[in-house]
Design a binder for this molecule. Structure first.
Ligand code: CP
Length: 314
């Protein structure tokens, strides 16, 4: 997975919109080295010894939070998980005050997930600690897109020129936005496919092809990234029923059999089985869904390491 290296100079990692092609490649390259560490019997290196990482998650998470915690621990950092439900956030403390108070405890990196788009950017402007975006509203989920790209590259050898279709609830998806930024910067041809109500206005300006026809999205695709229907974010209002969505857009073995033989099937999780895809597909031979989760640790190790030692940042 070797790539031409550049130097990381950014204090924070807030989204793939803000990164150059070379910076994205540097993260993927660095993740390639850390991937080897995660397969050792003793899965630990001293790269972040003496540093402290705080996980500040205002929204639920299984994969991202656990993965960031493991990534930090694999780098020998100390890790603190703040439980929002039992924190002073419940007494009305603002994000900036929470961030500044955490910083007063002499920590180094805050990993933040927030329901408001742009919350990590605001936090980053108000603390000296490094800030890493673990997903903000409908805006970006950069480490998810990075691990998706890392998985694609591991499977298919390259990203440049790949045809990748992102299928599902594009309107409410930070995963879609980060994937579009990242994949197009690395030269992939991206198609987004959804019911009309779930395609946001202006998405074509991001350089993607748009279709509402699932067959068009699957035809010729080297990889598909199937998004979760976000019922907690009004996604359910966009389609009459889960069954109808599944009939029109669900990825089934029958649909997959008409695709390229080695098509890569991704999903960021959590999956609504029988809505976005059948269990046969989710657990089938083309699925790399659990590989994505595994690769998340190496990718997040790379991000934590690069921001911790950003050149020219105090
Ligand atoms: N893919 C993802 O963000 O999953 P979690 O919500 O479980 O972190």
């Amino acid at each position: 997975m070797a790539e031409k290296k550049t130097v990381w100079t950014k204090k924070d990692m807030l989204g793939l919109e803000y990164l150059s092609k070379e910076e994205i490649e540097l993260i993927l390259y660095t993740a390639g080295s850390f991937k080897e560490v995660t397969t050792r019997q003793i899965k630990k290196v001293p790269a972040l010894r003496g540093k402290t990482v705080v996980n500040l998650f205002y929204e639920p998470s299984t994969r991202t939070r656990t993965s960031f915690e493991l990534a930090a621990k694999r780098l020998s950092a100390d890790v603190v998980n703040i439980e929002i439900e039992t924190s002073s956030v419940r007494k009305g403390e603002t994000l900036i005050d929470t961030g500044r108070n955490i910083e007063a405890l002499k920590i180094d990196i805050i990993v933040v997930r927030h329901n408001c788009s742009g919350a990590p950017n605001i936090l980053a402007q108000n603390v000296k600690a490094r800030v890493v975006n673990a997903g903000d509203g409908w805006h970006e989920h950069p480490t998810q897109a990075l691990l998706d790209m890392f998985t694609l590259k591991s499977r298919l050898g390259h990203i440049d020129g790949l045809k990748v279709s992102i299928i599902g609830d594009i309107a409410h998806s930070r995963v879609a936005r980060s994937n579009i930024w990242g994949l197009t910067k690395l030269g992939a041809k991206v198609t987004v496919c959804a019911p009309e109500m779930l395609i946001p206005d202006g998405i074509e300006k991001m350089g993607v092809r748009i279709t509402t026809d699932i067959n068009e999205a699957l035809d010729d695709a080297d990889a598909i990234n199937v998004l979760r229907m976000q019922f907690e974010r009004d996604g359910a209002l966009a389609f009459p029923s889960k069954l109808e969505y599944f009939k029109k857009y669900g990825i089934t073995a029958e649909r997959l059999n008409k695709c390229k033989k080695n098509i890569v099937v991704m999903h960021p999780g959590p999956i609504n089985r029988g809505v976005e895809m059948s269990s046969e597909v989710a657990d089938g031979k083309n699925s790399v869904i659990l590989e994505q989760v595994t690769n998340g640790i190496a990718v997040r190790m790379a991000v934590l390491y690069l921001v911790a030692y950003a050149k020219g940042v105090e």
